[in-house]
Design a protein. Structure first.
Length: 483
């Protein structure tokens, strides 16, 4: 058991002040490994949300006028404070989300990287200046902060997704209201305290926890004061939020659902292919929108590949993420386990063979075993819906054209992967995949210097890298006459 009393504020941050729970109608945060109650925190009301928005609106002008170097200093101080608190915040993350502690430690490093990256990117925001070809004058192009931003973060990467949104907002001078996921709010509250200690001016960072997300966020989007929405989550919710942004033409950055294919061609190194598929599938226990959701293997090697992958999966140990021996922690809740089992059962009913796993273990906690399914039918729900768990469905394909057609046969277009020794094939297939991100001979593609995002139903805009800061900037054109 982790004592969170001294680690996490059990309050919301509004206009620089921590507001505590005043009654018993708050949110109960539990550990998915054992159901242990971790904390009671406020359930913010729509009125709380509007107060936070007013605070951000009041702070916006001064924050935008703050020198870029001063905002960079805040990010660099937060970077140091976050790394100093690495072990504590990793324990909080594991306790409320379930991921193994060593993965949580890795997420802290990854998150800190965004703070450092955007500290420097913010000081490089520039425009352009030149003569008009007509000779009438000069064209001045400047880049200015978009304004107050509403940031909505998911439960699966509660620190990294927050850092990836908040850092460019600070770098550009955009005051924010942050709403973390109901399942994993404690990590964000910890991060908010770090930013406050780093010197964030009152009102520039507001954090609200709520069990009624739509009731809180819709009045904010309707107010006319929000100029940018950044959301990571499901396509269904993202589509709804996008429609709510349209009346006020609010800028939207949406990282939504995925259905990532991992294509393994027959010329691939099988040992390496197993490890890269394992990495793409099992990062964060499969609870990632970039996780390999469909394992497409050329038919000549499908049987052998499935056996090798099943052997690799069978070596993993389920357990509480805080226990050293644990490789796979719990899913986020029991409903997630039920959804996974439903998709696996449908695949089995349509002819899939279970090579390992496939059954919910007995005992406490929201656990699902690492599972490999062979000969999965192309009409299985598992190939249409995001499983968001440690399940690898293997589908065989005939040739390159068949693999590409299979990979693109989905409404989603976030990430994908392929294994081959043929560089020409790798580039040819990559160009034809309808995806925002492609990993060639690699199952891990996340990088603070890379622009992450998707096409089709997987979202709009990019986060991270040199493009991520553009989501928080507007371009202004000024004409200067010659006379």
């Amino acid at each position: 058991m982790v004592d969170l009393t001294s680690l996490v504020p059990r309050a919301n941050l509004i206009d620089g002040e921590w507001e505590t729970l005043e009654d018993s109608t708050g949110i109960t945060v539990t550990n998915p490994a054992n159901g242990e109650v971790l904390a009671q925190i406020p359930n913010a009301s729509p009125e709380d949300g509007l107060r936070a928005l007013e605070a951000a609106d009041r702070a916006q002008e001064a924050f935008a006028a703050m020198p870029a170097r001063a905002r960079a200093d805040i990010l660099l101080r937060a970077h140091r404070l976050l790394l100093d608190a690495k072990e504590d915040i990793a324990k909080v993350m594991t306790s409320e989300m379930g991921k193994p502690y060593r993965e949580a430690l890795g997420e802290v490093d990854y998150s800190a990287g965004y703070l450092e990256w955007y500290a420097h990117e913010g000081m490089r925001v520039q425009g352009s200046h030149g003569n008009s070809p007509s000779g009438r004058g000069q064209i001045l192009l400047t880049r200015e902060p978009v304004g107050v931003s509403l940031l909505i973060t998911p439960w699966n990467f509660p620190l990294a997704m927050g850092a990836r949104k908040i850092a460019p907002a600070i770098a550009t001078g955009c005051a924010v209201v942050v709403k973390p996921a109901e399942k994993t709010p404690l990590t964000m509250l910890f991060l908010a305290r770090i930013f406050q200690e780093a010197g964030m001016p009152a009102g520039t960072l507001n954090v609200l926890t709520t069990a009624s997300s739509s009731a809180l966020t819709k009045p904010l989007l309707d107010s006319g004061k929000v100029r940018h929405l950044s959301f990571t989550g499901s396509t269904r919710v993202g589509s709804l939020l996008h429609s709510q942004c349209s009346p006020h033409m609010i800028r939207t950055s949406l990282e939504l659902g995925g259905n990532a294919p991992f294509i393994v061609f027959e010329d691939a190194d099988l040992d390496r292919a197993v490890e890269e598929v394992f990495a793409a599938k099992m990062r964060n226990m499969g609870e990632a929108c970039t996780a390999a959701n469909r394992i497409l293997v050329q038919e000549s090697i499908a049987e052998e590949f499935g056996d090798r992958l099943a052997e690799r999966f069978a070596q993993l140990t389920l357990g509480n993420g805080l226990e050293e021996a644990t490789d796979i922690g719990p899913m986020i809740d029991e409903q997630a386990v039920a959804n996974i089992q439903s998709l696996v059962a449908d695949a089995i009913a349509k002819g899939a063979r279970v090579l390992t796993g496939g059954e919910v273990p007995e005992g406490p906690g929201s656990f699902y075993p690492p599972t490999v399914l062979q000969e999965v039918s192309r009409d299985s729900k598992l190939l249409r819906e995001e499983v968001f768990g440690p399940v690898a469905p293997i589908v065989s394909f005939v040739d390159e054209a068949d693999a590409i057609a299979l990979a693109n046969d989905t409404e989603y277009g976030l990430a994908g992967y392929l294994m081959t020794k043929d560089l020409a094939r790798a580039m040819r297939v990559s160009r034809r995949l309808e995806l925002g991100m492609v990993g060639i001979n690699s199952g891990i593609i996340s990088d603070v210097a890379a622009p992450l995002g998707g096409v089709k139903a997987s979202g709009l805009g990019r986060e991270g890298g040199v493009l991520g800061i553009d989501e928080f900037l507007e371009h202004k054109y000024t004409f200067i006459p010659a006379e």
